[in-house]
Design a binder for this molecule. Sequence first.
Ligand code: Z5A
Length: 215
Amino acid sequence: MSEGRLIALEGVEGAGKTTQAELLTQWLIELGIRFTAAREPGGTEVGEAIREIVQDRPELAVPAETELLLYLGSRAAFVREIVRPAMDRGELVVADRYSMSTFAYQGYGRGLDLDRVRQLDNFATGGLRPDVYLVFDLPAEDGLARQWHGHAGGDRIEREGDAFLRTVRDGYLELALSEPGAHLIDASGDAAAVHRRVREVLMEALPETFSTEGV
Ligand code: Z5A
């Protein structure tokens, strides 16, 4: 059984985090593991309001520092209203993005000082780190192609273009090597194949939670 674990799904847009979060939660249901699933930015009332500003208002001029603080403002509520209470209930929390997104997008992507970003993030999370980061890796162009195939449009960050997203992907590749609990997962191939990789990683990373049954 799981006891208060946090699993965060990360990667460039279109890498398939949301699809994999859904497949993961289906597996958790099969295994009888109690869980809470939520996305960032958002998940809470104030987080969804922040999401609207930061994602859906690309016409607003938002300095990188403001963008950073908005994402962290959402995270502070996310941790206190959703993640901590669920972990205290002994549930496994599946987070679609967490701190590594801020390191990759605002640190590597926007070029903000990574140490400062980490300090501020630590304040927002109260020091809560994921037990496991699943970092889905896909060339930025392939992720964008999946996105545009899936839906039209483009938020503030998608509009930054390929060079920005390549920098973010390179950031993720470095972070996957250095962040505690991080596992790089090849996100190419169909969703079922990627999910099989997720199962393998989780059974190895959290053997007390994920038995070999159900594989
Ligand atoms: N952001 C930030 O800058 N700083 C922060 O601290 C945080 C976030 C927390 C949040 O977007 C944005 O906020 C994000 C980073 C920034 N930047 N942007 N843009 P989000 O997380 O809400 O959404 P997203 O990451 O941009 O996109 P997404 O829709 O969530 O992508 P995804 O979850 O990785 O992929 P998906 O929705 O599962 O799949 C996308 C499409 O591909 C869809 O049509 C699927 O059917 C298809 N798909 C999925 N898997 C496959 C496979 N294996 N093969 C083929 N097609 C597939």
